[in-house]
Design a protein around this ligand. Structure first.
Ligand SMILES: O=C(O)C1=C[C@@H](OP(=O)(O)O)[C@@H](O)[C@H](O)C1
Ligand SMILES: C=C(OP(=O)(O)O)C(=O)O
Length: 446
């Protein structure tokens, strides 16, 4: 039996998707704008902040730490506390479903002499925190439940953090960012070394706030250094449209015959655009128009038209630049001609669900030949998807949206067992898809 709060949904076939839309703000940038604003001296004004549950939880957390956040019209204001100025919260901080919120805030808490209990939902409470706690403990953070590596956790920070040089053992922007945020409060220079480029919004935005961030490419790695006497100054931030949310609209337009959709103002930072490169290689008619820069990030309008696609091999080194897009890429690979092989997907196993398993199971339930081989996912594209299956979403928004996208072109309707998690990243998903021509229908509880 499913929990009674689950909201199953079925996809009805779509007429051609057409129109121009603008998407809500990027989730990664939204979290960072709130957090950096809280650390800065003065007020930060954020336009285009994503108003989804993950980001709302981060806003609540920074408020509970003393940095008041307030919405005035379409601008979010954060009253920064200045260096070392966050205070002990009166209650545990609940990060809900959000790995980014929880892990980045661990880096912030590490540098303040406060004791903080952190909690999350069932999905977040299963996700590995050692990857962040390890380096932060080297710097001086204490975990009051020794040996425990999952939420809930109680952390005690210090105003005397020790700077470190930390080679990232996994390609994770969350780990990189947590260590750099702690480094802002350490005595001296903290360096993170990454061998695979992960999203660089922390580096870009810290500079925008006035921090001294140096990036040096050497010995095949990026050495990112921050100085610990940083004093950030409150800034204006404009959050571009989220390319990870745009992915569902782009994928839908590619597979529904006759579609022609333009999505305006999408972030096209090269550390985020692996999916778009891949879709172009598959023969997808995806064009970036009107490329420009806004608020230190590259953005563009994305035009996409329904296309016949062919299977490709997606190299492992591309994974960090499209890590959240594999469920939807795998789902629409079924509509391509031939095999699509996606390599280097180990990190997919530790997201909101084990996305490697959940994606493969969802495809199988809908008549697609798929297999997992080590860290690779291999989908046999037959230019069609039978459909008719119900997909188990495991508290994972991207699994839900991936199959609510594929179902727009499947032969029989696809349903998902729960849609509530979509609100964590993209509450407007259904409304926007319907504006373009998609149709969904509440499905009976499974
Ligand atoms: O830093 C970020 O904003 C994010 C980094 C990625 O996670 P990892 O750092 O675990 O790869 C990504 O999956 C997540 O959606 C957002
Ligand atoms: C992995 C994701 O987010 P987070 O790690 O912040 O929960 C995601 O949005 O796909």
């Amino acid at each position: 039996m499913k929990a009674s709060t689950a909201k199953p949904l079925a996809v009805m076939r779509a007429s051609p998707l057409r129109g121009r839309v603008r998407l809500p703000g990027d989730k990664s940038i939204s979290h960072r704008a709130l957090i950096f604003g809280a650390l800065a001296t003065g007020t930060t004004r954020i336009r285009g902040l994503l108003q989804a549950e993950d980001v709302v939880n981060t806003a609540r957390a920074v408020s509970a730490l003393g940095a008041a956040t307030e919405k005035r019209g379409d601008v979010w204001e954060v009253k920064g506390r200045g260096p070392g100025g966050l205070r002990q919260p009166a209650a545990p901080l609940d990060f809900g479903n959000s790995g980014t919120g929880a892990r980045l805030m661990m880096g912030v808490i590490a540098g303040h002499p406060i004791t903080v209990q952190m909690t999350g939902d069932a999905s977040l409470s299963r996700r590995p925190m050692r990857r962040v706690l390890g380096p932060l403990m080297q710097m001086g953070l204490q975990v009051l439940e020794p040996g425990k590596e999952t939420l809930p956790l109680t952390l005690r920070g210090t105003s005397e953090l020790i700077p470190i040089v930390y080679p990232l053992p996994v390609p994770s922007a969350q780990v990189k960012s947590a260590v750099l945020l702690a480094g802002l409060h350490a005595a001296g220079e903290t360096t993170v070394i990454e061998h695979e480029a992960t999203r660089d919004h922390t580096e870009r935005m810290l500079r925008h706030f006035g921090a001294d961030v140096r990036v040096v490419e050497k010995e095949g790695g990026r050495h990112i250094t921050v100085r610990g006497d940083a004093e950030l100054a409150g800034r204006d931030i404009l959050v571009p449209g989220d390319p990870s949310s745009a992915a569902f609209l782009v994928a839908a337009a590619l597979i529904v015959p006759g579609s022609d959709v333009t999505i305006e103002g999408v972030l096209v930072n090269p550390t985020r655009t692996g999916l778009y490169t891949t879709l172009q290689e598959m023969g997808g008619d995806v064009t970036l128009l009107n490329e420009r820069e806004e608020g230190g990030e590259p953005i563009a309008d994305i035009r996409v038209r329904a296309s016949e696609m062919k299977g490709v091999r997606v190299p492992a080194e591309r994974a960090p630049s499209m890590i959240d897009e594999y469920p939807v890429l795998a789902a629409i690979s079924a509509f391509a001609k031939g095999t699509t092989q996606m390599d280097g997907l180990a990190e997919l196993k530790v997201k909101e669900s084990d996305r490697l398993q959940a994606t493969a199971a969802g495809l199988e339930a809908n008549g697609v030949a798929v297999r997992i081989d080590g860290d690779s996912l291999i989908v046999e594209g037959k230019q069609r998807m039978k459909g008719g299956g119900c997909v188990a979403t495991h508290l994972d928004h991207r699994i839900a949206m991936a199959f609510l996208t594929a179902g727009l072109a499947s032969e029989r309707p696809i349903s998902v067992d729960d849609t509530t998690m979509i609100a964590t990243s993209f509450p407007e998903f259904r409304g926007l898809m319907e504006t373009l021509g998609a149709r969904y229908q509440e499905a009976p509880d499974q």
